[in-house]
Design a protein around this ligand. Structure first.
Ligand code: ZN
Length: 389
């Protein structure tokens, strides 16, 4: 999507007056909208053409009956903002204001608090004219993303976009195998094979964070997927450990707390990638901290866990060797996209003689990829099923 055409939600302001409450959204342009109220629990819902959220995390706005503000993609071309309410309301007006000197483009929602019995009596209506049919072509091409936090009402229309992230690269070799092969080379070859197999299903759009032996900062891998509005992020790695007999694949999802010491060590090692390349991490840390408080994070992480379990099960059914307790959690920097389910796959151990040899063959890349494809298919099949409800 061209930057000039993109919609940005830059700020939300809340005003409480004696007779009404007013929400003002500062937007980069005036657009069509759809606003309505839902009950059980009470929510004020605002749909807009897909937007970039620049308004930060909003905590309970003082003086209002709003308890939380959430946002996410609803369907191709439409994003949703949900205001959770602790009491019923009646919307009195919704309108847009074009930019004036010193004032940006705005969307204004006025509402009054009403009693529960009053709420049941009044006819609640939908304000605005936004619908699937009047989205511009540019918007309808937006990728499908994050179906879980919000209950979508329409089916997935487009092919989901999967971003495959071969770990390390360039100056950062990753783990060095017992047979001197490098993790960065193994995972690049594996990533290319996985892309080929995913494309062959005809069901997905697929992008690699790197096609060549080059270094990419961890945050830029995440940014790459976010800029594309990806539906799934799979980071590929191959581990190394002192115990040479340990082998098998494992699956990692994000958690602030590592599931065990070994996992904490692994996350620390994988996160070192930027340090190896001499990247200043002070900026990243701040960004990561703010991402972790993002309200969409919990749903995204649950979806990632669900995906990791599907992958794990398909590895078992395809007879690919896996570790004990193969689904683990830790603070991997590369898994921190707040709105894209992300799983890190350690395909095997470069420190195990047998597995290192296998990881260096295209036949094993094919085998691992076909297990991943099976798990990914099952994951998206479930997502589609959820959306029909
Ligand atoms: Zn790695």
């Amino acid at each position: 999507m061209g930057q000039a055409l993109a919609l940005n939600v830059n700020d939300i302001r809340f005003g409480v007056h004696s007779d009404k409450a007013r929400l003002v959204l500062d937007l980069s342009k005036v657009v069509k909208f759809r606003v309505f109220v839902l009950s059980d629990p009470y929510r004020l819902v605002l749909d807009l053409p897909s937007f970039q959220w620049n308004a930060g995390a909003i905590s309970r706005p003082a003086g209002t009956n709003i308890t939380a503000v959430r946002h996410g993609n609803l369907q191709p071309g439409i994003s949703r903002i949900v205001f959770d309410l602790n009491s019923p309301i009646f919307i009195s007006s919704v309108f847009t204001l074009s930019k004036q000197i010193g004032k940006p483009n705005r969307l204004v929602i006025d509402y009054t608090k009403i009693s529960t019995s009053h709420f049941k009596q009044v006819q609640q209506k939908t304000y605005g004219t936004l619908n699937e049919n009047n989205l511009s072509k540019q918007h309808s091409q937006a990728a499908y993303a994050v179906p879980q936090p919000i209950t979508p009402t329409t089916k997935m229309k487009e092919k989901p976009l999967i971003v495959i992230d071969p770990g390390h690269g360039g100056i950062d070799p990753g783990a060095i195998g017992i047979n001197k092969i490098l993790e960065k080379d193994v995972v690049l070859a594996l990533g290319k094979e996985l892309k080929k197999q995913l494309k062959a299903t005809g069901q997905y759009r697929v992008r690699l964070t790197r096609n060549t032996d080059r270094f990419i900062k961890l945050r830029n891998r995440v940014k790459f997927a976010r800029d594309l509005n990806a539906d799934l992020f799979i980071s590929l790695h191959a581990d190394s450990i002192r115990k040479k007999n340990v082998r098998g694949a494992s699956f990692y999802t994000l958690s602030e707390k590592a599931s065990d010491k070994q996992t904490a060590r692994l996350a620390a090692n994988e996160n070192k990638s930027d340090i190896i390349a001499g990247v200043d991490l002070s900026m990243e840390d701040k960004e990561v901290a703010s991402i972790l408080v993002d309200l969409t994070m919990r749903d995204t992480t649950n979806q990632a866990k669900f995906c990791a379990n599907k992958l794990l099960n398909s590895f078992i059914s395809k007879n690919v060797h896996i570790l004990d307790n193969a689904h683990r959690h830790a603070g991997f920097a590369v898994l921190k996209a707040p709105d894209i389910p992300s799983v890190l796959v350690e395909a095997g151990f470069m420190s195990n003689r047998k597995e290192a040899k296998m990881l260096n063959t295209s036949s094993y890349h094919k085998k691992i990829s076909s297990a991943l494809v099976k798990g990914i298919n099952e994951y998206f099949a479930q997502i589609r099923k959820n959306q029909r409800i």
